[in-house]
Write a protein that binds this ligand. Structure first.
Ligand SMILES: Cc1ncc(COP(=O)(O)O)c(C=O)c1O
Length: 435
């Protein structure tokens, strides 16, 4: 279906005007669309999302990743309705949270115990604190271009404008205290030599290495995660996998199962809440037990808590989502749809004579207009952004819902027909570039 932005009614444009008036930048966070592509979604069904005028889009944003079963999956809706009718929150241990914790511990190689929180941002913040307490060291090494949320120890060298030259991070946000930034070091992803040098020069201060095992859309080079496991073990540094995106997406056991490397701790969000707010830190019992309340006042107690942590409605949605994923073994389907979209895009880009890479796997793809192999942030940055923007904005105009020039999420409910429709929308974008 061909969608034109002029299909937005004056009522919808009024809502967008209200957003501009009431919300900074007219958005809820860092995600937004250019004014001519913006819309106000009203409801979703499976792979489709509908704006307030009823215009239909195939959704490749998927709520920024949680909606692996698409919108309003009947099993998730039923679980939420049942739990919401019983109780919305307790601030206490509850059955849905226990069931979710049991699933995480049974699925995830590093998970002996779980502490819930409400967002991926909190999860990485708490994991870093747990590592600092565990090792009695202060610093954390992250990778250039890696995203771990927006707290003061995370929003550093995620989108640096200056090419990498030293392990000192570049803050991406105003308002980050120098004291916080001084405790974070940076290395280029997939670069064994530089990472080794940074760790060897700082291991006495390093509490943790935190890594997205699949960084944004970039897979690890063979052996890179094993190298991180080996060097962190050698120096007694905690290895944290940020699995907020990859957890339960790449495989039942997430990236650690998929790539066969077990960290000390891992952070979860997105899929484990099935579209409702819940996140978690999971890891070795020795590390996680630092937040056991019986330690309060002992000097080695780590505060990890929150009013809605382990919320039963969110946990019930997560349990229902994970049961579907496992019960119906939806992983082969997600990988197959991703491969179909990827190979279609590659073929169309090659036919048009455009130098481009389609990076990613396991339900996450990104198009980068470069002839360089994309192995790290600087490779990603070398892409022609104007071309990517034209490709994506044209595809959005042709009925897709997604970010401009960013990741595409593929769900278990995208049909082959959805993928073919999406490829036609992208073809319109490729034609616009070639014109
Ligand atoms: C890898 C990763 N870590 C952490 C976060 C932060 O999660 P949240 O948005 O739930 O705070 C995100 C969010 O996209 C993410 O992709």
């Amino acid at each position: 279906m061909q969608l034109e932005t002029d299909k937005r009614s004056s009522a919808q444009l009024d809502l967008l005007g209200k957003a501009a008036r009431l919300l900074p930048g007219g958005t809820l966070g860092m995600f937004g669309l250019p004014a001519d592509l913006a819309m106000v979604p009203a409801y979703g069904r499976g792979s489709k999302v509908y704006d307030v005028d009823g215009n239909e889009y195939i959704d490749f944003l998927l709520g920024s990743g949680p909606l692996i079963l698409g919108h309003a999956h009947p099993a998730v809706v039923a679980a939420v309705q049942e739990q919401a009718a019983k109780a919305s929150t307790f601030y206490f241990v509850n059955e849905p949270a226990l069931e979710l914790a049991e699933m995480i511990v049974s699925a995830v190689p590093c998970a002996e115990k779980v502490r819930f929180c409400s967002s991926g941002n909190e999860a990485t913040f708490f994991a870093m604190r747990l590592a600092r307490a565990h090792t009695r060291r202060e610093k954390v090494l992250k990778f250039e271009g890696g995203f771990h949320g927006v707290h003061d120890y995370a929003i550093l060298s995620t989108w640096p404008s200056v090419p990498y030259s030293s392990p000192r991070p570049q803050p991406d946000s105003a308002g980050v205290p120098k004291g916080a930034a001084d405790t974070v070091l940076v290395a280029p992803f997939n670069d064994v030599k530089t990472t080794t040098a940074v760790i060897e020069a700082n291991h006495g201060d390093l509490a943790a290495v935190i890594v997205e095992p699949f960084q944004r859309s970039i897979p690890p080079k063979p052996g890179f995660l094993n190298f991180l496991r080996e060097i962190t073990t050698r120096y007694g540094i905690d290895l944290i996998f940020d699995e907020v995106v990859t957890g339960f997406r790449f495989a039942w056991g997430g990236a650690q199962e998929y790539y066969g490397v077990t960290p000390d701790m891992a952070t979860y969000g997105k899929i484990i809440g099935g579209g409702y707010p819940i996140a978690a830190v999971a890891g070795r019992a020795e590390i996680m037990d630092q937040c056991d309340n019986s330690r309060k006042g002992s000097g080695d107690y780590v505060y990890v808590t929150g009013t809605l942590s382990g919320n039963p409605v969110s946990a019930a949605a997560g349990v229902a989502t994970l049961k579907e994923l496992k019960g119906k073994n939806l992983y082969p389907r997600i990988h197959r749809s991703t491969a179909m979209l990827r190979s279609g895009l590659l073929r169309m880009l090659a036919d048009a004579g455009l130098a481009a890479q389609v990076v990613g796997e396991g339900g996450v793809l990104q198009v980068v207009f470069t002839d360089r192999k994309v192995e790290n942030y600087q490779d990603m940055r070398s892409g022609d952004r104007a071309k990517a923007e034209l490709l994506f904005s044209t595809a959005i105009r042709n009925g897709l819902f997604m970010a401009v020039a960013d990741k595409i999420y593929v769900s278990a409910v995208h049909s082959d027909e959805d993928i073919q429709t999406a490829l036609r929308a992208f073809q319109a974008g490729i034609d616009a570039i070639a014109r």
